[in-house]
Design a protein around this ligand. Structure first.
Ligand code: ASP
Ligand code: MG
Length: 465
């Protein structure tokens, strides 16, 4: 018998058929004798609807949120109707949902009166999706004769007060999990815990950031010392690249923690980037699997990397970025210009995705999200105004028509010639490389190219896998 933590995303919770399938996965595991901790997302689309309810209310509109809440009620009621046949269970669940939805409406009304929504208010509103979906699944399992209870993670995950993107405080979280969740699991019941949410020490609800239910599952899984963590989604696993660009993209059988970190950082959307962080110290194997193709093994993410022959395992593209360059003959040997440039960007609240400097020191460049181009240019020009006046720096400028293309694979460490193969594949197609950067982990090589050549470049590199 082992302890398995399973997480189901929004599509897996999307309607009654999907939730019935989730129920089967859980009860099959149970029949194999495992203890199971389940973490769920809101039904697909619900979190966006909640945000819209709050936003519209914040403009003083006291009607739109009523429509949204009614739509949410109809959808959740319908799902319960389909998933619970026992009248008592059905009635109790609908009452519970109704109470939550009533609260939600009242809160939106308060926002409409105040015409303002704070990040803290936003978190409260956006927490309702998971609180609703967890109750629906628990009711379904009870209806099928299992002991199951929906638990709000606000009782378990203690966070800081950084609303909308709160960070867990692990020590206190672990203590609460040991105290409240572990005994329940040990009793053989099936707890269904909400993803995405936590609460401050004072019990004020927070959210861990969009898509963070994966992260919640990892936090809770690590806290119960889970043997396995399975992230169920609607694709077979992590793919070699975006199948819309390369139809022959395939599931990667195994990746290391390091490789997945690099992939998540460079834009692969399957797993929330923070998911691995809580399980690293405990060496928990993580699997990404498909709810709707439950026999597929998915992608296994483990502490160590398996080196594959081609060295490259995956290719990602980050679009909507700009390449900012700082150029000048007079920069040679002048310390601090790069440092001040990055400090200026950081002070402007912009995070830099990639940095490259030519060894001649006559220029360096970096990538920022396209939406922050003007902010960064203004901040850097202000910071370097004397150097610009003295012509030590000739110009600070940006190109917006670029993408970052990243190849990921641990085998690139110490394998000579991978960069050459990558660059060769692109030049064979006449694709010009503007910037090259290798991560110091040597798990990835990133290239900046013109955006209209992105898809062709991905296809060319995919042939190298
Ligand atoms: N429901 C949340 C979101 O849509 C969290 C998640 O699904 O992981 O962002
Ligand atoms: Mg997700």
């Amino acid at each position: 018998m082992s302890l398995v933590t399973v997480k189901f995303g929004g599509t897996s919770m999307g309607n009654h058929d999907a939730i019935a399938q989730v129920g089967r996965i859980i009860t099959d595991l149970r029949a194999q004798g495992h203890r199971i901790l389940t973490v769920v997302s809101a039904m697909a689309g619900v979190t966006d609807q909640l945000r819209q309810a709050a936003r519209s209310a914040a403009t003083g509109d006291d009607l739109t949120h009523v429509d949204i809440v009614n739509a949410l009620r109809a959808r959740h009621y319908e799902t319960v109707e389909q998933l619970a046949s026992d009248d008592k269970i059905k009635k109790a669940t609908l009452e519970e949902l109704d109470m939550l939805l009533g609260n939600l409406n009242t809160m939106c009304h308060s926002i409409a009166v105040l015409r303002e929504v704070t990040p803290r208010g936003m978190d409260l509103i956006m927490s309702f999706g998971e609180r609703l979906s967890a109750r629906v699944l628990a009711a379904h399992l009870r209806d099928r004769g299992f002991a199951s209870l929906a638990i709000d993670a606000s009782e378990l995950i203690v966070t800081d007060t950084n609303f909308q993107d709160a960070a867990p405080i692990f020590e206190e979280t672990n203590r609460r999990v040991q105290e409240f969740l572990v005994p329940y699991l040990e009793s053989g019941s099936l707890p269904i815990v909400t993803g995405y949410i936590g609460a401050t020490r004072d019990g004020i609800i927070t959210t861990l950031g969009r898509g963070a239910s994966d992260f919640s599952a990892a936090i809770l899984g690590a806290a119960i010392n889970t043997d396995d963590l399975w992230i169920y989604t609607d694709v077979d696993g992590i793919l070699t690249t975006d199948p819309r660009i390369v139809p022959t993209a395939r599931v990667i059988p195994a990746l290391s923690y390091g490789e997945v970190g690099e992939l998540a950082y460079f834009g692969a959307k399957v797993l929330h980037p923070k998911t691995i962080q809580p399980v690293i110290d405990k060496n928990v194997p993580v699997r990404v699997r498909n709810t709707f193709n439950a026999t597929h093994p998915g992608t296994l993410i483990q502490p160590q990397a398996e080196i594959t022959a081609g060295a490259i395992k995956a290719i990602t593209v980050i679009r909507d970025v700009s390449l900012v360059s700082v150029e000048g003959q007079g920069m040679v040997g002048v310390p601090g210009i790069a440092g001040r440039t990055f400090m200026a960007s950081a002070r402007a609240g912009v995070s830099v995705l990639l940095i490259s400097q030519s060894s001649s020191e006559q220029s360096f460049c970096f990538i920022v999200p396209q939406g922050s181009t003007t902010t960064v240019l203004d901040a850097v020009r202000r910071e370097l105004r004397y150097e610009l006046e003295r012509r030590d720096v000739d110009r600070v400028w940006a190109r917006e028509d670029v993408v970052i293309l990243t190849t990921v694979g641990a085998g690139m460490r110490g394998t000579p010639g991978v960069a050459a193969r990558v660059c060769g594949a692109l030049s064979a197609r006449g694709i010009n490389i503007l910037v090259i950067a290798q991560g110091s982990s040597e798990y990835s090589i990133s290239l900046v190219i013109q955006s209209d050549e992105a898809n062709e470049a991905v296809r060319a590199l995919h042939e190298l896998i």
